[in-house]
Design a protein. Structure first.
Ligand SMILES: C[S@@+](CC[C@H](N)C(=O)[O-])C[C@H]1O[C@@H](n2cnc3c(N)ncnc32)[C@H](O)[C@@H]1O
Length: 455
């Protein structure tokens, strides 16, 4: 199981680190890939979406059912089973107005447009609503030319996201790297943007509509961030789920290889401690631990790419003498490890991708956490354990994960006290009513008490 590295990297900038200072990190290699020239891109072939031909926004009508109210209240994702009527000849990426019954009363046949979104006949998300009309009624989006409507929506949502980050103090003297745009949390499902190193905006596309409207997205973003270099990244597995196959080799987009690493400043955690960073990825936790005077950190990850960047990051900061790494499966490592640690971080990939896998995954979380706690110093220490499975994070209002850790601690015969539960940083905005799965990350910080008596 593997999480897209970009996500892992971004997650390394979350409040999980907010109790540390700021070492420098080299930008992960996949962020260094491609810079785009928006001007040049305009000359290239535009999207295959038919919005450029059509002059008014067609309507998709939803069924009257238990979900109707949720759409009136702002739900963003429309599944095919919710759709009653669709105009003919709609293509993937076309802008549509979403019309829903105003009441659950079958005698009331009135409908109202709740939002404007993008249609995709090949995805389980038949329409992703990009802008709700009840909050933006003055725009009169549904009567606009589709192309203008899309640019208006993009600009509106990018402006709002920027304002949200400014309000929470981003960028700050502590960090020039943060999430500017967080998919559904900011109103555009399938699109995320990270600001990296203060001068690069990395756009992450995981929906067909983003690919089809790439140049509009880039143009609108460049208007909002005129000084930034824009880098376009995709998540191929999620694009495939959305019915979009990336061309083998795209020669339509002018590219420039960026050989120069981008250096970012990051928040950072530990003092006089021996630290174990399990699933260390590029070393967000490890670097911060050393920066905060850890005596030694060991990072463990099964990915070669992750370990390569981890090593580069250690060098970049001059931390080689206090950091080492092991490329290994963490279960194998933990079972054969004879060392004990004062601080242990456990941040495994998403082990429960859905509710149906939760029981099996919770057994795995329990055994990983038990093994990790068995490596804790007999004098006690700090244990930070994470889950990035929304099924785990959300079950029983978050208590299920904490109970799983509690059970693991009993099996490891270690007494633990919960210090703090946190999630993603505020720049990873969420939209609980319309996209509950956005609440996926839990980082639980425990104090592990000294081992008592004989074992
Ligand atoms: C959630 S990310 C870790 C993010 C990292 N702690 C950070 O904040 O940047 C999960 C990491 O686990 C690694 N991984 C996945 N399965 C693993 C396994 N069985 N053993 C060791 N590492 C694994 C992946 O390579 C990935 O780097």
């Amino acid at each position: 199981m593997f999480i897209h590295p970009a996500r892992c990297f971004v997650r390394s900038l979350t409040t999980k680190h907010s109790f540390l200072l700021a070492p420098q990190q080299i930008l992960p290699r996949h962020y260094q890939a491609t810079r785009l020239f928006v001007g040049a891109l305009e000359e290239t072939k535009e999207s295959t979406a038919s919005t450029t031909e059509s002059k008014s926004i067609p309507r998709v009508t939803l069924k009257r059912n238990r979900q109707t109210k949720a759409f009136r209240d702002g739900t963003q994702l429309v599944f095919s089973k919710s759709i009653d009527k669709t105009p003919k000849k709609l293509q993937s990426g076309d802008l549509v107005a979403v019309d829903v019954p105003v009441s659950n009363d079958a005698n009331n046949t009135q409908t109202t447009v709740v939002g404007v979104g993008v249609y995709n006949p090949d995805s389980m998300y038949r329409v992703r609503i990009l802008c709700h009309t009840f909050l933006n009624a003055d725009l009169k989006l549904e009567s606009m030319d589709p192309e203008i409507a899309l640019s208006t929506i993009l600009k509106l949502q990018f402006d709002k996201a920027l304002e949200t980050r400014r309000t929470i103090g981003l960028p700050s003297s502590d960090t020039d790297t943060f999430r500017l745009f967080n998919g559904e949390g900011d109103g555009l499902s399938g699109l995320a943007v990270d600001i990296v190193g203060g001068n690069t905006a990395v756009i992450m596309s995981s929906a067909a509509w983003c690919q089809l409207h790439q140049s509009s997205i880039l143009k609108s973003l460049q208007e909002v961030l005129p000084e930034m270099d824009l880098v376009w990244k995709t998540t191929p597995s999620r694009l495939r789920q959305d019915g979009y196959e990336e061309p083998e080799e795209s020669d339509e987009v002018p590219e420039e290889e960026n050989e120069e690493p981008v250096i970012v400043t990051e928040n950072a955690l530990c003092d006089g401690k021996k630290v174990l960073d399990l699933c260390c990825y590029h070393g967000g936790f490890s670097l911060n631990a050393v920066k905060n005077n850890a005596v030694h950190v060991t990072g463990v990850d099964s990915s070669k790419d992750a370990i390569d960047t981890y090593t580069e990051n250690a060098k970049l900061n001059g931390f080689e003498d206090r950091i080492d790494f092991v490329r290994s499966d963490i279960s194998t490592f933990m079972k054969s490890c004879n060392e004990k640690y004062d601080v242990i971080v456990l941040d495994p990939p998403k082990l429960a991708p859905s509710m149906s896998t939760l029981n099996k995954a919770s057994r795995k979380y329990k055994s990983l956490n038990k093994d990790a706690l068995e490596l804790m110093s007999n004098d006690g220490g700090i244990f930070m354990t994470c889950t990035c499975s929304s099924a785990m994070t959300q079950k029983d209002g978050g208590n299920f994960f904490l109970q799983t850790i509690q059970q693991a601690s009993l099996s490891a015969r270690r007494e633990i006290t919960l210090l703090r539960v946190s999630g993603a940083a505020p720049c990873h905005t969420q939209s609980p009513a319309s996209f509950p799965a956005g609440n996926y990350l839990t980082a639980a910080l425990f104090y592990v008490k000294p081992k008592s008596g004989t074992d």
